[in-house]
Design a protein around this ligand. Structure first.
Ligand code: G6P
Length: 362
């Protein structure tokens, strides 16, 4: 509750919460390790993950975007097929289910009615459920069989920041533990890599003024903006666009780089800002190609790349981290982009119009 949490020296909860992220990462790393510095989660959850033949992630808004990244971890590391669903769609258009589904609800608040409606239905069917939430004792936590906590600390600003990165971190840990317990080959020292990520998040936070200048250059007068990327960078683009919409009211859309030419490119005019994110070696050149396509049609492309894949002229380079974990760092850039765009427009950063922190009606 806002009254219990101090903004301290920060102007807004959102900027405080952006800055909370390195601390939240450290807290998560310490909460999910045992005395031998092994990653751990409750045995009951390990059993759920060993039993299932398919994970169904159900969430809304920013939590849904975290789920998209979680799917990559469960499939690439633990080799568990995973689907990600928007809660409000799932209830009324339930997909065909596997024989042994595991339902994973991702929710910062643990109170979102759309997600709860799915939980109620799948419990009636007797399926196992797991809630990943920031709020111990929340409805979704109480009603699911098992809970994983985010340990991000209270999030007050309506636009979610540290809960998103905490969700991704906890999903990565859960998938790694599942991989280990299922005997899958492990080729990442996740604890070590999350520590590297924590430092990288810090480095981006220290560059806030550089990102504020990017906002001055690209977003000051625009009415729309696009976010492109491929694979994980596409998912981060969806979150970047959502963040920008929520608090700056700039119409923003995230697109898979390769899909632009199939329609959206018609919207590109002289000066249209396009954020292009490059953290994945495999698709680096493809995304850069897509950026050239829009640039040729007048777009102003802002390229954000990861060290090692950067090229001269890129607008901002994030430190190098494990490519599977790059969303934890790249999204920080987009959080600042949204924050400064909203701030410069004189908007109420923490309490944007028409939005609620937790939506308890369907
Ligand atoms: C609301 C908030 C969003 C949030 C979504 C899901 O719409 O404004 O920021 O992502 O609910 O919330 P949850 O608490 O379930 O993660």
């Amino acid at each position: 509750d806002a009254s219990d949490v101090e903004k301290g020296t920060y102007d807004h909860y959102m900027i405080k919460e952006i800055n909370d992220q390195p601390g939240a990462m450290r807290k998560i790393i310490s909460q999910y390790q045992d005395e031998n510095e092994q990653l751990v989660i409750d045995d009951a959850i390990i059993e759920q993950l060993k039993e299932t033949d398919r994970i169904y992630i159900v969430a809304a808004g920013t939590s849904y975007h975290a789920g998209l990244i979680g799917k990559e971890y469960f499939e690439k590391w633990a080799k568990i097929p995973t689907e990600v669903h928007v809660a409000s769609e799932f209830v009324y258009n339930t997909p065909m289910l596997s024989e042994k589904p595991l339902f994973v609800f991702i929710s910062q608040s643990g109170e979102t009615a759309d997600s709860r409606a799915v939980l109620v239905e799948v419990k009636k069917l007797g399926y196992p459920t797991l809630t990943i939430t920031n709020v111990a004792g929340s409805t979704l936590s109480r009603e699911a069989d098992e809970t994983l906590l985010l340990y991000a600390g209270p999030e007050i600003a309506v636009a979610s920041t540290k809960a998103y990165t905490a969700q991704i971190a906890v999903l990565s840990i859960t998938a790694q533990v599942a991989a280990r317990e299922l005997g899958q080959e492990i080729d990442i020292d996740l604890m070590q890599e999350l520590a590297v990520v924590t430092n990288a998040i810090n480095a981006v936070i220290n560059d806030a003024s550089i990102i504020e200048n990017i906002v001055r250059e690209y977003l000051e007068t625009t009415r729309n903006a696009f976010f492109i990327g491929r694979t994980l960078d596409y998912y981060v683009g969806l979150e970047g666009a959502l963040k920008l919409k929520e608090i700056s009211y700039i119409q923003a859309e995230g697109f898979a780089g390769g899909e632009l030419k199939h329609g959206t490119i018609a919207l590109i005019e002289k000066g249209t800002p396009v954020f292009s994110l490059i953290t994945q070696d495999k698709v680096n050149l493809n995304t850069r190609g897509n950026a050239q396509e829009v640039e040729a049609r007048g777009a102003k492309v802002c390229t954000i790349s990861m060290a090692g894949l950067d090229e001269e002229g890129d607008d901002y380079v994030i430190p190098k981290v494990h490519p599977m974990l790059s969303p934890l760092v790249s999204v920080i850039v987009y959080q600042f982009v949204a924050y400064y765009a909203a701030l410069h427009r004189g908007n109420d950063v923490d309490k944007p119009r028409n939005l609620a922190k937790s939506v308890t009606v369907e």
